[in-house]
Design a protein around this ligand. Structure first.
Ligand SMILES: [Zn+2]
Length: 333
């Protein structure tokens, strides 16, 4: 029955949108046609990237890191979310003891059917793919800040929305994703599955609400570079094939087929792995992939990962796709 209702509703919506384009002034709207999907502002998303970069690299243990955390909490609260900060101490592979913070923002807590959106907010402490300057951290405009910026803009848009989405939404900004060991030599202590993705591993075993679950999750990582391409990542396809299908179809419908490529990309180690395998929530990863070099792009973990590579169009393609995906969900019980 809900399926039928939805189809009826969609048909109504399509026909109303069509007629309102033809005759914008005098077409009366029915109650059901009035669900408006809030617009995603590319300018605002871009400013959220700039703001993060302005703090300096958000490397755990630094002043920039703690200032950025405070900023995210304040912003998300301003946008009407109930925010939980999950703090924990962790030793990294190179024996650095750091305090990490996962930041969790919940919207529409009364809704039982929930979608989880996530990105990592920390910056890698060294740009170890950089030929000239491998020991300094990079700005991380794409690697880290872009995903967070899209989520902050979605939060802002939800707060301004005429109509709430049909589902509840939780946004998690994971810490400690990017302090991993490149050649993976250091043995792992008990309880840790990887030196990467420390925040998502912690959250998956210490959820902010006992028994928390979501219908599915979408992870955003490196979603702001000009001419990005997002392939169907192998783990995502294995974990949540129907979610991948729907998100890529939504992108195509919105005219973003040039960004969302209908081809498979080899699996990547990212936060979605632990959210799915330990946290038991099927999660997909939208992540830039450059098939020419078989990697995340020439700027990945280099000093070139700065504002110069960030594109408003790419941010919009991802953000709009995700918002439309949320509003296309069938309402839960
Ligand atoms: Zn990275």
């Amino acid at each position: 029955m809900p399926g039928r209702l939805l189809i009826f509703f969609l048909l109504l919506l399509v026909s109303c949108q069509k007629s309102s384009r033809e005759k914008p002034q005098d077409t009366p709207k029915t109650a059901q046609s009035q669900v408006e999907i809030p617009p995603f502002s590319a300018d605002s998303a871009y400013r959220f990237v700039e703001r993060q970069v302005a703090f300096g690299p958000r490397v755990p243990g630094t002043d920039a890191h703690s200032k950025a955390a405070d900023y995210f909490v304040k912003r998300l609260e301003t946008f009407g979310a109930a925010v939980t900060v999950q703090e924990f101490d962790q030793t990294t592979y190179d024996k650095t003891r750091v305090r990490l913070k996962n930041i969790i923002a919940s919207f529409y807590p009364e809704k039982k059917k929930r979608i989880l959106l996530a990105a990592h907010w920390d910056t890698r402490p060294f740009a170890d793919e950089d030929k000239d300057n491998p020991n300094r951290p990079m700005d991380g405009a794409n690697d880290g800040a872009s995903g967070v910026a899209v989520l902050l803009e979605i939060a802002r848009a939800l707060n301004q929305a005429e109509d709430p989405p049909p589902v509840g939404i939780d946004i998690i900004l994971f810490d400690g994703e990017d302090w991993g060991e490149r050649d993976r030599r250091t043995p792992l202590p008990p309880g840790l599955n990887s030196w990467w993705c420390l925040g998502s591993q912690y959250w998956a075993t210490h959820k902010h609400q006992p028994g928390y679950s979501a219908y599915y999750g979408i992870l955003l990582d490196m979603v702001g570079a000009e001419d990005s391409q997002f392939f169907r990542e192998e783990l995502s396809v294995r974990y949540a094939p129907s979610v991948v299908d729907r998100v890529w179809a939504t992108a195509a419908r919105l005219g973003y087929g040039r960004y969302f490529v209908n081809q498979i990309q080899p699996e990547v180690l990212d936060d979605h792995k632990f959210v799915t395998e330990i946290g038991r929530i099927p999660m997909i990863d939208i992540i830039n992939y450059d098939p020419a070099i078989g990697s995340f792009g020439p700027f990945w973990h280099t000093q070139d990962d700065n504002m110069d590579i960030i594109s408003k169009e790419t941010l919009k393609a991802v953000g709009e796709t995700v918002i439309h995906q949320l509003y296309s969900e069938e309402p839960g019980a």
